[in-house]
Design a protein around this ligand. Structure first.
Ligand code: NAD
Ligand code: IPM
Ligand code: MN
Length: 347
């Protein structure tokens, strides 16, 4: 039996709705396995701007730094879209402050949802990909300039930033099907040419037993739809990974299914669904909590090193889907709370 401190950052829109279900799932797993999870909620994003004027208040950052793991719902919404400070700055700020350069986003096909995929069953059956998205570099964090007539976002990568995410991807591939697809735009971007050279060098020096291929991002968005089973581990830069993983989460039938872990070399990670604040359905108990609950399972596995507990939560989601529980995005009738309860029934 162990005790852990978990910080919850529910955020905006559907963030608090899915965070409540992730928390309930963690509590149920704690009860079953005899762990104590102490939860503390803090503001981030739009709600933090409303409360304090800042998207990432100092007390939120301090609480996260002292936690064993952090769970985040979602940030953003139309209310703050034209504001001088944006909710998204809070999320980017905390990823940077905690050094979370490796964002891991799995794409798995849940068997009971095979016929709900927008793609044919014979294309998606057996798909199992793991995307390593670089999370603290690139155009997200380079210098930004904007005047009335022009604007720029500097896209900058250092060799060190590329090496460390490449190593994570190669190491993960060794424990899977031993293949890495590195995705870039080396035909146009200097950062992508440095990316490709660096990945090749790390591969040759440390991981030559792993199969490596390079794919341009534009054709990759097509390949993952035509033949998704061909891919195992994918490694790519920040913006390409953002776009590709929303596309991949839809293979299973809904953006509401995608889970992620954002990790650094030390200190707490952040575990967050891939989807955003979903303003079009927020406040109506309609969100699918599965991406959040599976992110809670990643928190158990990667954040707290509780593998059996993480397996139990993954299985509870699989069993709830097997029993026919579906939210509206998956063609069902259940609300967020009811779907959460359907998962809890299997823990
Ligand atoms: P979104 O992911 O919020 O929503 C896109 C579509 O997917 C919407 O139709 C939404 O209803 C649906 N959807 C999303 N999550 C769902 C769920 N759990 N269940 C059922 N349906 C779901 O993306 P968007 O509309 O482009 O962005 C809205 C806001 O969210 C923006 O302010 C954006 O910056 C922010 N955002 C935040 C995060 C994050 O906090 N990690 C991620 C992405 C977008
Ligand atoms: C995500 C989101 C964020 C990103 C935004 C909200 C800053 O889209 O987590 O995928 O672009 O990283
Ligand atoms: Mn995104």
């Amino acid at each position: 039996m162990s005790a852990f401190n978990i910080v919850l950052l529910p955020g905006d829109g559907v963030g608090p709705e899915v965070t409540a279900q992730a928390r309930a799932a963690l509590e149920a797993v704690g009860k079953r396995f005899g762990h104590t999870f102490a939860f503390a909620s803090h503001h981030i994003g739009g709600v933090a701007i409303d409360e304090t004027g800042e998207p990432l208040p100092a007390e939120t950052l301090e609480a996260c730094q002292a936690a064993d793991a952090v769970f985040l719902g979602a940030v953003g919404g139309p209310k703050w879209d034209l504001a001088p400070k944006r909710p998204e700055q809070g999320l980017l700020g905390i990823r940077k402050a905690l050094g979370l350069y490796a964002n891991i986003r799995p794409t798995l096909m849940h068997k009971p949802l095979l016929d709900h995929s927008p793609l044919k069953r014979e294309i998606v059956e057996g798909v199992d990909m793991l995307v390593f998205r670089e999370l603290t570099g690139g155009s997200y964090f380079g210098e930004k300039k904007q005047s009335a007539t022009e604007a720029s976002d500097l896209c900058l990568y250092t060799v060190g930033e590329i090496e460390r995410i490449a190593r994570k991807a190669f190491a993960a591939a060794r424990a899977r099907r031993n293949k890495v697809s590195s995705v870039d735009k080396a035909n146009v971007m200097a950062t992508s040419r440095l990316w490709r050279e660096t990945v090749i060098r790390v591969h040759k020096a440390e991981f030559s037993d792993v199969e490596l291929e390079h794919v341009l991002i534009d054709s990759m968005t097509m390949h993952v739809l035509r033949n998704p089973r061909a891919y195992d581990v994918i490694v790519t830069e920040n913006m390409f990974g953002d776009i590709l993983t929303d596309e991949l989460s839809a293979l299973g039938g809904s953006l509401g299914l995608g889970a992620s872990a954002s990790l650094g070399d030390a200190g707490p990670g952040i575990f967050e669904p891939v989807h955003g604040s979903a303003p079009d359905i927020a406040g109506r108990d309609l969100a699918n909590p599965i991406g959040a609950v599976l992110s809670a399972a990643m928190l158990l596995r990667h954040g707290l090193k509780l593998n059996a507990e993480a397996d139990a939560l993954d299985e509870a989601v699989a069993n709830a889907l097997e029993s026919g529980a579906r939210t509206r995005d998956l063609g069902g009738e259940l609300g967020c709370t009811q779907m959460g309860a359907a998962i809890l029934a299997h823990i």
